[in-house]
Ligand binder design. Structure first.
Ligand SMILES: Cc1cc2nc3c(=O)[nH]c(=O)nc-3n(C[C@H](O)[C@H](O)[C@H](O)COP(=O)(O)OP(=O)(O)OC[C@H]3O[C@@H](n4cnc5c(N)ncnc54)[C@H](O)[C@@H]3O)c2cc1C
Length: 496
């Protein structure tokens, strides 16, 4: 069997970026992955759409493939109607007790369904990390180039109006602790056709996913990819996976924050011992913009985040809050049609007005505002991977924090150009939003279950955790940009 310098476990953003950095450093890399892919018939239908310009699509062809645009916390986004990106509770062996932490067994991981929003951690929020923002800066820059980060996506008509309103009211907004800027997205503007299918699967692949990076690695000498491999644990220098074992001097664990934590904990025999997991408290709320006009159903637009809002107000949170504004999408149309029912057909003008004004705001708070959720491993009776039980902390603290944010949004409605409909806000369960991690946090002088600055655990020589599982805290900004930058940093420094 060909020998490799490194084994990377997982093909999500953390694994793919780490593999790329290792290859760039001259290492020979074997990537092991469960690596589930989209059903062939759906992939074929998407390829048929991608082979033509949107104007040449048959009426209803794209909508038929996209399926119903309905939000479900356990399957927050489908790809061409498929939920292949998510491992079911039985397959993932996870029991959720008041939590909703997703596990992916897909090629490309959760980046097959992500919203591609990118923002670095604020420099002031690296306290408790074994390094500061400056150590990640070159890696943020390299990852931004790799994923095609841009703020130049064409804003929807509604977003353009909101952004200009925020510009006019910038001083008043700042007085309330708010900042506003066009969203930063991993979106390929050359591929993007503004067909509004970002949230149900883009036929043109304009939304970056680590699958694209993986495709580029496959042609690199020294890279091998093996799918259908579910790693169970790391033992005596070997990677064990359902009766198979792989060896390399270095192993990079990138199976996703929960799956990596489980593999590390099982490898260390940490059964029946609650381990901490951090999460960003999350909410989703309707936002009714002021001022009518426009016909979003006829508009060519993208449906990813349009505007990033930041909120720094000690009366709301000691930490910065991150908010993402979304305008019209098929999900919003479904919500409006559900709300209006048959009335929608009787008063089409009212329906159109609602469609043009109704937006959605997603809110993310610092992990400190949420309390700790606990993961406990139970050895499996059938000898398979250990079962994980996740237990949510009491809800009071995070709900109160979200309420403070909603009040601040309401107070700024004039400057923000719209009203957040707080009574309709959905408070996420711990794990919703999929920004979780921190079970084996990096520390300058690691003790107990902490890792060092290269994600190494005392009991597992040669093993580096490179995904969310090793983050010391989860500031309220987007999550994966930092995960990728840190994965690149660890990979590059660990082979220097
Ligand atoms: C709907 C949705 C929207 C999101 N939007 C955003 C956003 O806009 N911005 C943002 O920053 N983040 C977003 N996220 C979060 C983002 O998708 C994740 O943070 C990111 O994908 C984590 O990357 P990862 O590589 O650590 O793990 P994952 O993406 O989970 O990939 C894990 C990989 O490991 C493999 N694997 C798992 N277990 C095993 C095993 N036992 N053996 C072998 N292989 C294994 C899987 O097959 C997969 O390839 C979103 C998530 C969701 C669900």
């Amino acid at each position: 069997m060909e020998s490799h310098d490194a084994v990377v476990i997982g093909s999500g953003p953390a694994g793919a970026v780490a593999a790329r950095a290792l290859l760039d450093a001259g290492a020979k890399v074997l990537m092991l992955d469960v690596g589930r892919t989209l059903e062939p018939e759906r992939a074929a239908a998407a390829a048929r759409l991608a082979a033509r310009e949107p104007e040449q699509w048959a009426p209803g062809e794209a909508a038929a493939l996209a399926g119903e645009a309905r939000t479900d916390a356990k399957r927050p986004k489908l790809v061409f109607g498929s939920d292949y990106a998510y491992a079911g509770p039985r397959e993932a062996r996870v029991v959720q007790d008041g939590t909703n932490v997703l596990v992916s067994h897909a090629r490309g991981g959760l980046s097959t369904v992500w919203g591609a929003a990118l923002a670095p951690n604020p420099a002031a929020e690296f306290d408790g990390w074994p390094f500061g923002r400056e150590a990640l800066e070159p890696h943020y820059d390299a990852v931004a180039a790799l994923v095609g980060a841009t703020t130049q996506a064409r804003p929807s008509d509604r977003a353009r109006r909101l952004l200009s309103r925020h510009k006019e009211s910038a001083a008043a907004l700042a007085g309330r602790g708010f900042t506003s800027e066009p969203a930063r997205l991993a979106l390929d503007l050359e591929r993007c056709r503004n067909v509004g299918l970002c949230l149900t699967g883009c036929p043109y692949g304009a939304v970056w996913s680590s699958e694209r990076l993986l495709d580029s690695l496959k042609s690199r000498p020294g890279f091998a990819y093996e799918a259908g491999v579910r790693v169970r644990r790391l033992k005596d220098g070997a990677v064990e996976a359902e009766g198979r074992s792989f060896r390399a001097p270095k192993v990079y664990l990138a199976a996703g924050a929960l799956a990596s934590a489980r593999i590390a904990a099982e490898s260390l025999g940490l059964y029946d011992k609650p381990l901490p997991m951090l999460y960003q408290p999350y909410f989703l709320a309707p936002f009714l913009a002021t001022g009518g006009g426009g016909d979003p159903e006829a508009e060519r637009l993208h449906t990813l985040a349009q505007v990033f809002l930041g909120l720094s107000d000690p009366a709301v949170s000691k930490r910065r809050v991150h908010l993402q504004l979304y305008t019209y999408s098929a999900h919003i149309r479904t919500a409006v049609d559900d709300a209006l029912g048959p009335l929608g057909r009787l008063v089409p003008g009212a329906r159109r007005a609602l469609l043009s004004r109704l937006c959605a705001v997603q809110g993310y708070l610092h992990s400190e505002e949420g309390g700790t959720l606990w993961m406990t491993l139970r050895a499996a009776a059938d000898g398979g991977p250990a079962e994980v039980r996740l237990t949510a902390p009491p809800a009071g603290k995070r709900k109160a924090a979200v309420q403070r944010v909603l009040r601040a949004l309401l107070a700024a409605r004039r400057e923000l150009g719209g009203v957040v409909l707080s009574p309709l806000a959905r408070h996420g369960l711990p794990g919703d939003g999929s920004h979780v991690g921190g079970t084996f946090p990096m520390a300058a002088r690691p003790v107990g279950p902490q890792t060092d600055a290269l994600g190494r655990l005392a009991g597992l020589p040669g093993v580096h955790l490179v995904d969310g599982a090793c983050l010391p805290s989860i500031p309220a900004t987007t999550f994966t940009f930092t995960v990728m930058a840190n994965a690149r940093r660890i990979a590059a420094e660990s082979v220097r």
